[in-house]
Design a protein around this ligand. Structure first.
Ligand SMILES: [Zn+2]
Ligand SMILES: [Zn+2]
Length: 291
C-alpha cells in the first residue's frame, strides 16, 4: 500500500488475544497496522478474571514497541445498553463498567459498543437507557472514550438511523468521552447508499447535519454479504461483497478522514487481512494513476 496514505488512515484489524492481550500488538504489526481492535475479555461471558499487572505493563510496552497508534476495545456482545428489564440492566451496568475499567487500565483509546435492542419498548426509552449507561461509565476517571457503533437495524436494534445515534449523544453529559464508530457494512445494510459517489456524498452530508462529522471518531471497514437496506449484519472480505471496492474506495479516498482508525472486521480475520490490504492497495494505485 502506498506508504504515506496508509500511515495517514491508520489501517487496522480485529486481532486475537490468544495467549494474553500483551501478544496482540505484535500480531497487528505483521500487517503494519497503525490501529487495532481487541476484546479485553471473553466476549461471550459476563465476568472476567482481573488482568495481572505484569500483563498490563507488557501490553503497553508492546503497543509502543510495535507503534500501534490507536487501540479499540470492543465490548461484549452480551451487553444490551437499551434493555428495559431491571434485572438485566444491573448485569449490563456492572459488566460495562468492568469493561471500561479494563480499557482504562490498558490505556486503550476507545471502548466500542453496539447500542443494543429495544424488545417491544419505544425508541425514546431505549435512547435514554443507552445514554444513562454511557453516563455512568464515563464518570469513571480515565481517557478512554465510548464509541457507539452504527447498527445494521437487524431485529429491534437501535442506532441504525443517524437520528437515533444523535438522540443518544445528546443525552450524554460528558461530550468529550463519547463519539461514533461508523461500520461501513452496517450503514450499508441499514439502507444508506454509500456505494455510489453521489450516494456517499449525500450520506456523509446527512451524517454531518444530523450528528456532526466531528463526532465520527473511527470506522469499522467491512464489506457486506447482504444488499443495501437488507438490515442484516453479515460482514464480507473487502471487495468481495455488495458494497464492493467502489464503496470501500469512497471512504479510503476521503481526505477528511485521514488520521482516523479504519479497523477491519472481515470474516477471515488475520488469515484474510493480506488479501484485504491488496484490495486497498489497488484502490490507492488507481488514485495515484488519476493524479
Ligand atoms: Zn463493527
Ligand atoms: Zn457487524
Amino acid at each position: 500500500m502506498i506508504a504515506e496514505i496508509r500511515d495517514e488512515i491508520l489501517l487496522g484489524g480485529h486481532i486475537s488475544t490468544a495467549g494474553g492481550i500483551s501478544k496482540s500488538p505484535e500480531r497487528a504489526a505483521v500487517f503494519d497496522f497503525g490501529s487495532m481492535q481487541v476484546f479485553t475479555k471473553n466476549q461471550m461471558q459476563w465476568r472476567a478474571k482481573p488482568l495481572p499487572d505484569e500483563e498490563i505493563d507488557r501490553f503497553k510496552e508492546n503497543r509502543t514497541k510495535f507503534n500501534i497508534r490507536r487501540v479499540m476495545a470492543h465490548a461484549s456482545y452480551l451487553l444490551n445498553l437499551a434493555t428495559q428489564k431491571p434485572s438485566l440492566q444491573e448485569k449490563v451496568r456492572a459488566s460495562f463498567a468492568e469493561e471500561m475499567r479494563r480499557a482504562i487500565q490498558l490505556d486503550i483509546d476507545y471502548l466500542t459498543i453496539h447500542p443494543g435492542s429495544t424488545g417491544d419498548s419505544n425508541i425514546n426509552m431505549a435512547v435514554s437507557n443507552v445514554a444513562n449507561m454511557v453516563n455512568e461509565v464515563t464518570e469513571i476517571p480515565g481517557r478512554t472514550m465510548v464509541l457507539l457503533e452504527t447498527s445494521a437495524g437487524q431485529g429491534h436494534t437501535v442506532g441504525h438511523r443517524f437520528e437515533e445515534l444523535a438522540l443518544m449523544l445528546d443525552q450524554v453529559e460528558d461530550k468529550t468521552r463519547v463519539a461514533v464508530c461508523f461500520d461501513t457494512c452496517h450503514v450499508f445494510a441499514a439502507g444508506y447508499d454509500i456505494k455510489s459517489r453521489e450516494g456517499y456524498g449525500e450520506t456523509m452530508d446527512n451524517f454531518d447535519s444530523v450528528i456532526g462529522l466531528n463526532k465520527l471518531e473511527a470506522f469499522h471497514l467491512n464489506d457486506s454479504k447482504k444488499e443495501m437496506g437488507s438490515r442484516i449484519d453479515r460482514h464480507e472480505q473487502l471487495g468481495e461483497g455488495l458494497l464492493g471496492a467502489e464503496g470501500i474506495a469512497n471512504f479510503i479516498l476521503d481526505k477528511r478522514f485521514r488520521g482516523k482508525p479504519f479497523i477491519m472486521e472481515t470474516p477471515k480475520g488475520e488469515l484474510g487481512y493480506s488479501e484485504d490490504i491488496s484490495v486497498l492497495d489497488n484502490i490507492l494505485k488507481g488514485m495515484s494513476d488519476e493524479s
